[in-house]
Design a binder for this molecule. Sequence first.
Ligand code: MN
Length: 247
Amino acid sequence: MRILVSNDDGYFAPGITLLAEALKALGEVTVVAPERDRSGASNSLTLDRPLSVRRAANGFFFVNGTPTDCVHLAVTGLLDFVPDVVVSGVNFGANMGDDTIYSGTVAAATEGFLLGIPSIAVSLASKEGRHFEAAIGIALQMVERLRRAPFGEPVLLNVNVPDRASRELKGTEVTRLGRRHKAEPVVKIATPRGETAYWIGPAGGAADAGPGTDFHAVEQGRVSVTPLRLDLTHHAQLERTRAWLAE
Ligand code: MN
């Protein structure tokens, strides 16, 4: 099995280093990841300049671009094979609810999915980052399962793992995305030159976090697995939109 690994925290992040090492038990692992932390990069492609690919001492490829760039260039020319699976992560921090819109971790997996490859984004739902090994164990299980039991149709999975020891995890739940409250206010900073700078604030707390959501599963100590799709069309509003345009 040929496994392409990427992330948005950068090629040096503990989450990707440990993940790549562990996945070697299941197949041939290639890492192509951003040269620096690109968390929040979403699905952005770099189109205004060429990208350089360098190789670290441990064999990882690193790119001066986004997570999406990494997977895109890996699959469309850097590698001489098409990976059987793309795994993105393990991200330091949750990617639940609205986070998925901004996430570079999810974006790297999304790019694999768009290129026709089963793809999984794995995040450690934590601000402390104590139990990466638990999230890596889950990633391993998911890839092993894909190898043993192919999904049968294109698939993009968003996985969030509570930050606790593997034996403390309370199982796995298939979930829908929850929603967050409005983001925290932007932070205003006085610059040395007397100007005001603005630093984007943290995401809001969970708002729609009831049973069935990713927030709820993780809160209960369960691994959350959400199948994602990319068709943003609001099908239920097609008729309303036609009617409104006729008003
Ligand atoms: Mn990140």
